[in-house]
Design a protein around this ligand. Sequence first.
Ligand SMILES: Nc1ncnc2c1ncn2[C@@H]1O[C@H](COP(=O)(O)OP(=O)(O)OP(=O)(O)O)[C@@H](O)[C@H]1O
Length: 301
Amino acid sequence: MIETTHLTKRYGATAAVENLSLQVNPGCVTGFLGPNGAGKSTTMRMVLCLAAPTSGEALVQGRRYDQLRFPMHEVGALLDANAVQGGRTAFDHLRCLARTNRIHDTRVVSVMEQVGLAGVATRRIGGFSLGMRQRLGIAAALLGDPGVLIFDEPVNGLDPDGVRWIRGLTRSLAAEGRTVLISSHLMSEMEQTADRLLIIGRGRLISDTTVRDLLRQFDRGVLVRSPQPAELASILMASGATVDSELGGLLVKGLAVADIGNMVARHGITVHEVTPRNASLEEAYLALTSDSVNYRTGDQR
Ligand SMILES: Nc1ncnc2c1ncn2[C@@H]1O[C@H](COP(=O)(O)OP(=O)(O)OP(=O)(O)O)[C@@H](O)[C@H]1O
């Protein structure tokens, strides 16, 4: 588990992270979302003791990262895939890391296979594409078989096959009972990968929710078309739903599709269409974070 309590980081007048208290639990993929400059990377860096909090604390498995004796066995992290020495081969890079935590070479071979880099193990990292570096960073994170994984923008630079691979990998790591925290700007990807969402803006927690609950919160109703609109509307409204005329039909809020179906069947009303108009995660996210965006282009104002 990852836990932060009143975590704060200031750089001069900039509050990168402000009084952030959150928990990231095992057994599910937690998406860490927020606009540019929201404080995601700074939070992750404080969890990994790469940046010192101005106040508050961040713990992994109940301890500060710098108190862990063999940290790679407890926490694996990918923060910046380019933070590697280009002159080393992929295998040597991982072997050097492995030795600092007494991890055997056989594990290096096995993680290289797991991330699909076995065929380029003896190539220098300097010639790797961003996607290959991301895979290498993930291999490094997995070396110690840790219970906690922290990935900052892991799908950056990955092709669609790679994106799908990360999705499967993170979901299976979570299914094994690990704690998995991923930051990303790709909402469609998060919709498919994450169970829980921690959304921050300007360093503060905006929402601690699940993908399902967030989508429900921004539910835009169900469009129902019927040749008996007035009769249908009064039945739906009598059950507490809100009904508006829209797009040549009725836009119903406050009732699920199944409830509407049961109701029209019970009252013998003919319907020609029942379409849920779900918000996408991207729409819900944009609505939630619209007040927290730091960087906006002229045409978005
Ligand atoms: N070393 C630093 N010195 C000064 N300011 C910093 C430093 N690191 C981060 N910041 C500032 O802290 C704020 C949060 O930055 P951070 O990189 O954590 O955001 P982020 O959510 O990861 O953004 P992005 O999605 O763009 O990667 C920004 O205003 C950034 O400019």
